[in-house]
Design a protein around this ligand. Structure first.
Ligand SMILES: *Cc1c(COP(=O)(O)O)cnc(C)c1O
Length: 414
């Protein structure tokens, strides 16, 4: 089938939830993906931060093939080898004590919210007054299921489905006064991304994060870190909160965790884990042997091949080059990011949209988030030469657009 045929079929048969780029992808290799016409794209989005080791990584493909022949699924009614081993790896790198495995990011976030409510209710956070308010941040994104949706800030995501789960309030981003005003002993948890992803690659300030941690301690509420996009080494440390020297009570992980297979995890401290008992929560698919064996392989590779250092270095190189580009292109307002989680704030949403499209035409994949921000989440395996290619093409695209804009302004003034 070609692109037109696929488009026609989908437009008739699928719910119209996605606005796809007009490209039919058929395979990938390393940092590149290929479309049905054999065109090659340099992928600086990696399936929205999923394909940390790029495409068709031999060790990942091999693990999938081996495990597929043994056991793909069993249900959580039985023991398999990999959940415990993977939990050992994840607790070691995170500093937390226990894990619960899910199929996706939103499901890990749901589990975190449920655990926070259960913890408050079970008297683990003993007190007589009601304690079920949850604080989230403006511009936060935590997923699309009802609980996650209630903590996701964008009105357009929530409005068609109200009423969402009650009890959530949004704190103004990095506004300590607002945080202090909304935080009291009726709060059971505050949850946020230390670096917002969908919200435009915005890091939470040190002061805000520390204050949130202190207020959570004082009010016996939980601090939940959403590391679904920023976790597993993306920022040059295993988790973004590690840049802040803060240990959350709950951490959610997903996107890159299983080399492209659907898997998520909730990591919890021992103290909080004590309020969950058999039957209270569960999933059919979550933590299956196929996804978990691949996740274990991925974690081993990330550790053995010293990817944290590599992500740090390539990330610094990328940011430096982007800053240089900003100096010659006033349409770039700001460059933000950590490691290989990078955002470039453009002066308008139209320009950001045009840049994404023209980069795609030149064979580079990135996307736009929060209207005006170009988002880059490349695979960890990129080299400086790939950064150079993206920078050179961005330079071309921005130059062409500024000429066009200047031309338009001239015509208007005539
Ligand atoms: C993608 C994302 C989610 C949702 O994950 P899904 O797997 O799409 O459900 C939640 N939080 C953050 C920060 C994300 O980037």
């Amino acid at each position: 089938m070609n692109l037109e045929q696929v488009k026609k079929l989908e437009s008739k048969l699928l719910l119209a939830t996605y606005d796809r780029y007009p490209v039919l992808l058929t395979k990938g290799q390393g940092v590149h993906v290929y479309d049905a016409k054999g065109r090659k794209y340099l992928d600086f989005l990696s399936g929205i931060g999923v394909n940390a080791l790029g495409y068709a990584h031999p060790a990942i493909s091999k693990t999938i093939a081996r495990q597929a022949k043994l056991l793909i699924h069993t249900s959580n009614l039985f023991y398999t080898e990999y959940q415990g081993k993977l939990a050992a790896g994840l607790t070691k790198i995170s500093g937390l004590d226990r894990a619960f495995f899910t199929n996706s990011g939103t499901e890990a976030w749901e589990a975190a919210l449920k655990l926070a409510r259960a913890y408050a209710k079970e008297g683990c956070a003993a007190g007589s007054e009601p304690k079920w308010r949850i604080l989230a941040l403006e511009h936060a994104f935590h997923g699309r299921t009802f609980g996650s949706l209630a903590t996701t800030h964008k009105e357009k995501y929530r409005a068609p489905f109200t009423p969402v789960v009650p009890g959530v309030e949004f704190v103004k981003f990095n506004d300590v006064a607002d945080l202090e005003q909304k935080f009291d002993s009726t709060v059971c948890a505050i949850g946020f991304e230390f670096i917002q992803g969908e919200g435009g690659i915005r890091p939470v300030s040190r002061e805000f994060a520390q204050r949130a941690f202190d207020l959570a301690r004082r009010n016996n509420a939980l601090l939940i870190a959403d590391e679904i996009q920023s976790g597993m080494g993306r920022t040059g440390r295993w988790f973004a909160y590690q840049h802040y020297g803060i240990l959350p009570d709950l951490v959610t992980v997903a996107k890159p965790i299983a080399g492209g297979l659907p898997l998520g995890a909730l990591l919890a401290s021992e103290r909080v884990s004590q309020c969950i008992h058999p039957g209270m929560h569960g999933t059919t698919f979550g933590g299956g042997p196929l996804a978990c064996s691949v996740a274990l392989q991925l974690l081993n590779l990330l550790e053995k091949q010293k990817f944290l250092k590599r992500v740090q270095k390539t990330g610094e190189y990328f940011m430096e080059k982007l800053e240089k580009l900003r100096a010659s292109h006033p349409a770039i307002k700001e460059v933000r990011g950590l490691g290989l989680m990078v955002g470039v704030e453009m002066e308008s949403d139209d320009l950001a949209k045009a840049v994404v499209q023209q980069m795609l035409e030149r064979g580079v994949i990135l996307n736009r988030t929060d209207e005006t921000v170009l988002r880059f989440l490349p695979p960890f395996i990129i080299k400086n030469k790939h950064v150079d290619e993206v920078i050179a093409k961005l330079d071309q695209v921005l130059t062409a657009n500024s000429r066009q804009l200047a031309g338009m302004a001239q015509r208007r003034s005539r």
